[in-house]
Design a binder for this molecule. Structure first.
Ligand code: GLN
Length: 538
């Protein structure tokens, strides 16, 4: 068996250059040449996982099949590659220290002084090689979060430096992403930040094999040569990643720069001579040439930050493209929605999605949004907290239980239609203690969900503590809100629908986490179809 090859991707100059997208694009190109590829992210922050981070700080928390709460870049990896990642694909400084300190308490270091080098770096290296050691992959791509030179990322860069010598030369590769800014006043592209960034990396002992320059203008050949010369890499190994119309265009741009060719050659990999990107190409063609348009409201709490609902935004892009429809997503701040403002804020929308979330703020607004969509026959889709608020709204307005609530919002409510699961009532620790990861769900034959999925058994991912309270199920169903999906083992309610409404579906799970450009998520697709129908009827 051939050795697994390791690519390490670091970044410099600035954050948010799209390191995750470059890494995912390379993975996509290699996978599309027939190689078995996976991708993992090492984050320098001290939180054990991003599950406890405010979405304002760090964007969406992405959940894997096996229930890990991870960085949103893992979402990109899954969407680009169509694979499932796992706990092992996201490691933080917090996880590393946690392991080392636990081992120290167990006496595993036999009285030695525990230090960053070698103990922390050994643990980082162990994790960096973990997926490769399974033998399941030809190439493992490791993205290191943050930028080179940050205090926090130093142990990771040091671990890469050590691996540079510990791995056989032909199994190791380092890619550095920088930015070449364009100075409008001088009408010039500037290479100096790149030179500084590479120097910083080299000072830590890591030499990049390839430099990828993020840029808004094409880099002339002589500029690439200059960077190569100053930065001590092979001529030809400096390439550009130009601003793209869609993140899904980046693999094509990097293919044009021969990124995958250089990696394949460096490692001496045997694979198809060219990446087959036919499906992604046809997705992009549809995305760029829509025949229709719809306006969809995304009702949420964290509307200022795009990344807070990343997977939902992406799911709209996937579903829209598959229907040749441009989806204009309008973020509506939940707090602003009341019975009075709803017609103005939502009246022109072709569909309303109420987003997942935590905490009290904006809940009443979400309830008003549901009510408006329900009463005005606007296609409605509720996800997680959005589903819970749909249930509360129905209980209040249709069942007449005026004080119905989720106990998350109103613990003393006489009508706890959404309540804590039994095993959650005794949980006091926050991190990683929700109902997390993939669970099966059985769909009721003939329901909207059944029609959309085209099957009666599905599996979707979860991240929540509260549940539909079964005590109210019979009354709800009698009044017209029916349960169409439930967990086969526990009977927990997963999906509710109002069959008398043109399109009203709400789910306890997070369907947005499994949508990809090549396989759009069925409920999102149905939702956009319903929006198109409403749009053309008006
Ligand atoms: N806060 C709700 C719960 O914990 C919903 C969570 C979510 O929307 N992800 O059940």
């Amino acid at each position: 068996m051939r050795n697994t090859k390791y690519v390490f991707v670091t970044g410099g100059v600035a954050s948010s250059l799209g390191k995750g997208i470059v890494a995912a694009s390379l993975a996509k190109l290699l996978a599309a040449r027939g190689l078995r590829v996976t991708i993992q992210k090492f984050d320098p922050y001290i939180n054990i996982d991003p599950g406890t981070l405010n979405p304002y700080e760090h964007g969406e928390c992405y959940v894997t099949e096996d229930g890990a709460e991870t960085d949103l870049d893992l979402g990109h990896y899954e969407r680009f590659l169509g694979i499932h990642t796992s706990k092992a694909n996201n490691v933080t400084t917090g996880k590393i220290y946690n392991t080392v300190i636990t081992k120290e308490r167990e006496g595993a270091y036999l009285g030695k002084t525990v230090q960053i080098v070698p103990h922390i770096t050994d643990e980082i290296k162990r994790r960096m090689l973990l997926l490769g050691r399974t033998g399941r992959f030809d190439v493992v791509i490791t993205e290191v979060g943050g930028t080179v030179g940050d205090m926090e990322s130093q142990p990771f860069v040091e671990a890469i430096r050590q691996l540079q010598w510990e791995l056989p030369e032909e199994d190791f590769m380092s890619i550095h992403l920088t930015m070449v800014p364009y100075l409008r006043a001088a009408k010039e592209l500037k290479t100096k930040p790149t030179q500084h960034s590479v120097r910083m990396l080299q000072q830590s002992g890591v030499s990049p094999d390839i430099i990828v320059c993020r840029t808004e203008k094409n880099l002339p050949a002589d500029m690439k040569r200059k960077i190569a010369q100053f930065c001590n890499v092979k001529p030809g190994h400096v390439i550009q990643s130009i601003d793209a119309r869609s993140i899904y265009e980046v693999p094509f741009n990097l293919q044009g720069e021969n990124l995958d060719g250089m990696v394949v050659e460096h490692f001496g990999l045997e694979c198809a001579p060219e990446a087959d990107l036919t499906k992604l190409r046809s997705f992009l063609d549809r995305l760029f040439h829509p025949k229709r348009e719809v306006d969809v409201a995304l009702v949420g709490k964290y509307v200022e930050l795009q990344d807070a609902y990343k997977s939902i935004q992406e799911s709209f892009i996937h579903a829209g493209a598959s229907l040749e429809c441009k989806v204009n997503v309008h973020s509506v701040r939940a707090e602003q929605i009341t019975a009075e403002t709803a017609p103005k804020l939502l009246g022109k929308m072709d569909a309303v999605l109420v987003a997942p979330g935590f905490g009290e703020r904006g809940l009443e607004g979400k309830i008003s949004a549901v009510k408006y969509a329900r009463e005005n026959n606007i296609p409605f889709f509720g996800i997680c907290l959005g589903m819970q608020m749909a249930v509360v709204e129905f209980a209040r307005d249709v069942l007449g239980l005026k004080e119905a609530a989720s106990t998350e919002l109103y613990p003393e409510t006489p009508y706890p239609v959404i309540d804590l699961m039994e095993d959650q009532k005794t949980t006091t620790v926050k991190g990683g203690t929700m109902r997390l990861g993939a669970y099966d769900c059985l769909l009721k034959k003939g329901s909207l969900a059944y029609r959309l999925y085209g099957t009666d058994k599905i599996s979707e991912r979860h991240r929540h503590r509260y549940e539909f309270n079964d005590a109210y199920r019979a009354d709800m169903e009698k009044a017209g809100l029916i349960v169409t999906g439930e967990n086969p083992d526990t009977g927990l309610v997963e999906i509710v629908e109002i069959p008398s409404h043109p399109f009203f579906i709400a789910v306890q799970f997070h369907p947005e986490l499994k949508s990809t450009p090549e396989v759009p998520q069925p409920i999102f697709k149905g939702f956009i179809e319903a929006a198109i129908e409403r749009h053309s009827a008006q």
